[in-house]
Design a protein around this ligand. Structure first.
Ligand SMILES: C[S@@+](CC[C@H](N)C(=O)[O-])C[C@H]1O[C@@H](n2cnc3c(N)ncnc32)[C@H](O)[C@@H]1O
Length: 430
């Protein structure tokens, strides 16, 4: 299928969604500015960004992803999209971003480059080699590519720890390199819970542009600080935590699961644990984990053609939550009006704030929350889950309980350890 045919298919078959708050109170010229961008997805994984962008009306031209199991998912779920009348050969998957950068072989009409690059060297759980790391350092291939090919818009996604690692110097260097290439930029930490997903997942979105104002994409929506991080827990709501932790951290989340991760402290991708109202201690099914990221059930099933079932946890944990990508895509399609006024300039050695933008070579802090939207229908985690889940194994529960009671200095929520202890006892015979 040609680009032109695809564009028509996209325009005819995708209904560009209007998110709450986008339709009202905007000047007519803003509404007319809705557009569909031609995109290239680097580090595409299982297509969280690509699916969200397509749902917002953008058109994917090319993908880049090195992992074979992720490629299998992209081929069956993103490329062969019957709604878009697309077949397996309609979008090319390039394997290695370094080769793509060296050859600069992206379509000439690319308008948006999306790159949720590996967090392996940036996340707290990772090796923290930072932007010099073999994996996270692949972001420099993206910059190499942008130096060779003019692309008006860029979307980058990664973990908030990149703002803190090495006092944010690696991230500042990335921003400086973008400015040197002629981009304006804005970034913001966003929480997936704002998008009706009971997963406490915070990620940095960075939008850079030569064409428009990234502030009008990232800062046009703000629901204000919504919900805290409650430590207290009554037992009447579900709570999530990492059974692999328990000494220095817990990954505690009330009425939500903690961030689904591609790796864990025990070296393999592992599901979090959930205590359900009534006290059952379970791990969610992989299908519910897919839904907790905004995919439909079974999205990563094609990965099982080339990898073990457990590997799907890594793919899901690495992904960008689909509604988050859809929101930023909707704002790329039709920017709003950033209401931010400068709070103050961020000094060169100061810690980086959660949200900022570039203006005249300076970095300005934005006073904006992590919640672009207020969840439309707060839905308890227990109601969100569609599968009963697997009881946490005796070994996992006993290991956690031992760590938590013998080696930890954490103060656990009242009643929590008692639920774990009862589960350890109840599963002992099996
Ligand atoms: C954080 S994940 C991206 C997830 C993706 N945005 C999604 O929603 O599923 C980073 C991805 O980069 C891929 N990757 C790592 N090295 C790569 C390389 N040299 N070239 C292309 N992709 C690479 C990994 O396989 C992984 O899927």
């Amino acid at each position: 299928m040609t680009d032109i045919a695809l564009t028509q298919a996209v325009r005819e078959q995708i209904e560009i969604p209007l998110l709450p708050g986008m339709a009202s109170g905007k000047p007519a010229e803003q509404i007319a500015r809705r557009r569909s961008l031609r995109t290239v997805g680097l580090f595409a994984g299982i297509g969280g960004i690509e699916l969200g962008l397509e749902r917002a009306g953008h058109q994917c031209l090319q993908l880049c992803e090195i992992d074979r199991s992720a490629q299998a998912v992209l081929r069956e779920r993103v490329i062969c999209n019957p709604r878009l009348n697309r077949g397996a050969d309609d979008i090319e998957i390039v394997s290695d971003v370094r080769e793509l950068a060296a050859s600069a072989a992206i379509p000439v009409n690319t308008e948006l480059l999306a790159a949720g690059f590996p967090c392996t060297d940036l996340s707290q759980a990772g090796k923290t080699a930072g932007f010099d790391g073999a994996q996270s350092g692949l972001i420099w291939s993206v910059l190499e590519l942008l130096g060779k090919r003019e692309v008006p818009w860029l979307l980058i996604e990664n973990v908030p720890n990149m703002l803190r690692l090495g006092r944010g110097q690696g991230f500042r260097l990335l921003l400086q390199r973008l400015e040197a290439l002629g981009y304006r930029w804005a970034y913001r930490v966003v929480d997936s819970r704002a998008f009706d997903l009971p997963q406490r997942r915070q990620r940095v979105l960075l939008v850079a542009s030569k064409d428009g104002d990234p502030k009008d994409v990232l800062f046009a929506d703000d629901a204000g600080h919504f919900g805290g991080e409650p430590w207290g827990w009554s037992g009447e709501t579900a709570c999530g935590f990492y059974w692999t932790e328990g000494v220095r951290g817990l990954g505690w989340a009330v009425d939500a699961v903690p961030t689904l991760k591609g790796g864990s402290t025990v070296g393999v991708p592992s599901p979090p644990a959930i205590i359900l109202p009534g006290g059952a201690l379970v791990t969610p099914s992989i299908e519910d984990a897919e839904r907790l990221q905004g995919f439909r059930k079974g999205w990563t099933l094609p990965a099982e053609q080339v990898a073990k079932r457990g590997f799907r946890w890594r793919l899901v944990g690495n992904a960008v939550s689909v509604p988050v990508a859809r929101w930023v895509g909707s704002r790329l399609a039709r920017p709003g009006v950033a209401t931010q006024t400068c709070v103050r300039e961020v000094g060169l050695t100061e810690p980086l704030p959660d949200a900022a933008w570039s203006e005249g070579g300076a970095m300005l802090t934005a006073a904006i929350s992590r919640w672009p939207k207020r969840p439309s229908q707060p839905r308890p985690l227990a109601d969100f889950l569609t599968d009963a889940g697997q009881p946490l194994s005796h070994r996992a529960a006993a290991g956690f309980y031992k760590r938590a009671t013998e080696r930890s200095k954490l103060k656990f929520p009242a009643g929590f350890l008692e639920v774990v202890r009862r589960h350890v006892e109840a599963t002992a015979a099996g």
